[in-house]
Design a protein around this ligand. Sequence first.
Ligand code: GDP
Length: 429
Amino acid sequence: MPGLIVVGAQWGDEGKGRIVDLLAADVQMVVRYQGGNNAGHTVVREGRAVRLHQVPSGIMRPGVLCVIGNGTVVEPFSLLEEMDELAGFGCDLEVLRISRAAHLLLPYHQVLDQVQETSRGTQALGTTGRGIGPAYTDKAARVGIRVEEMLHFDTFARHFRAVAQEKNRLLVALYDQPPLDIEAMLERLRPAAERLAPYIADTSLLVHQALRRGDRVLFEGAQGTLLDIDHGTYPFVTSSNPTAGGACVGTGMAPAEVTGVLGIAKAYTTRVGSGPFPTECRDDVGEHLVREGVEYGATTGRRRRCGWLDVVLLRYAARLNGFTSLAVTKLDVLTGLPHLRICTAYRCGGMVTEEWPPVGYDLADCEPVYEEWPGWSESLREVRRWEDLPEAARRYVERMEALVGLPAHLVSVGPEREQLIVRRSPWGT
Ligand code: GDP
């Protein structure tokens, strides 16, 4: 019953999509366990980029069952658009299943997200404004509407009207906004519900059956460890749990069924939106990383903040997720930097710590302690074997492995499917 969880080890955008796409060649099922259409995985195939927001990256591999788990929030209109785009790309959507228990992200969530973010002013969280936070808020407040309800549209409509009326009161009274047209929203939702109905399933049972059969199941998280609502840089976090535990809660898989957890880490660090970032480089190095790494968000086009590799954060991620191995991505982006820095500890409140900042401090209070390594100037894009990497690149990855205490089984050197060095299978076989 091999169940492998793939988790971003940093602030998301680590390149999980392409790693899942690769691993999906060898699996029967890929399951998304949290997040919504704020996530954006990019899979590049024959020079064409496909951006996936809600559909698991396994969809690019024929025959792999792709599940949108109960821990996600589903925005019906953008999901349908994405499905149409994938169909146009030649993907078979017969393999898609949407959890009956996933919550719907509805038009009022988007409007609320935007007005709430605007009203925060300088305290803005940097949300994508897609309604993810408000949809999860409703789930926790037990006023959310679940995917399964769309199957009985008249009952759904009654529930929707009641919730939407309350949102309208909020929009008008608190945010000074015009009320939303509830019947117009329902008119758009009816055909969407009809189109999505055939895909709705009891996905926790499907996952369980697959694992019992001995199928290989891949659990795909969105965002990354440091955006976890409990363990990340709160409040600059997402509204769900990207960490490995979220894969159990967000799919209905039992913890004992997990056989491995693969941490995806960029060879440097990036983050989108606001919040502390100790190793951020606001200089030529930052520019180099943005330019060479094309560090712009797949969903929003926002420029990502870039900086040196931070192994304090990677160790934290390794501990929280129980990583069994690492995939190091975007090593090629470091080509051309004469010296590379790795943050091994923080100076914080007069102390030096190799752990997450002590109680009473947060990342904003931390100054990185660096060690320096030589860079390399050769392009890595054509390299396919570990031994063909320049020595400085190997030493850099080996140092990363030693500091985190985990092997890097995969090393990627470009966005294309084949631009990857596989040192060992992350399945442990
Ligand atoms: P995800 O959300 O973790 O899947 O990450 P994204 O897809 O948002 O961001 C990763 C970006 O980096 C995409 O544009 C990928 O095509 C690209 N990418 C992934 N791996 C590599 C790599 O090894 N080298 C380079 N240069 N780009 C990569």
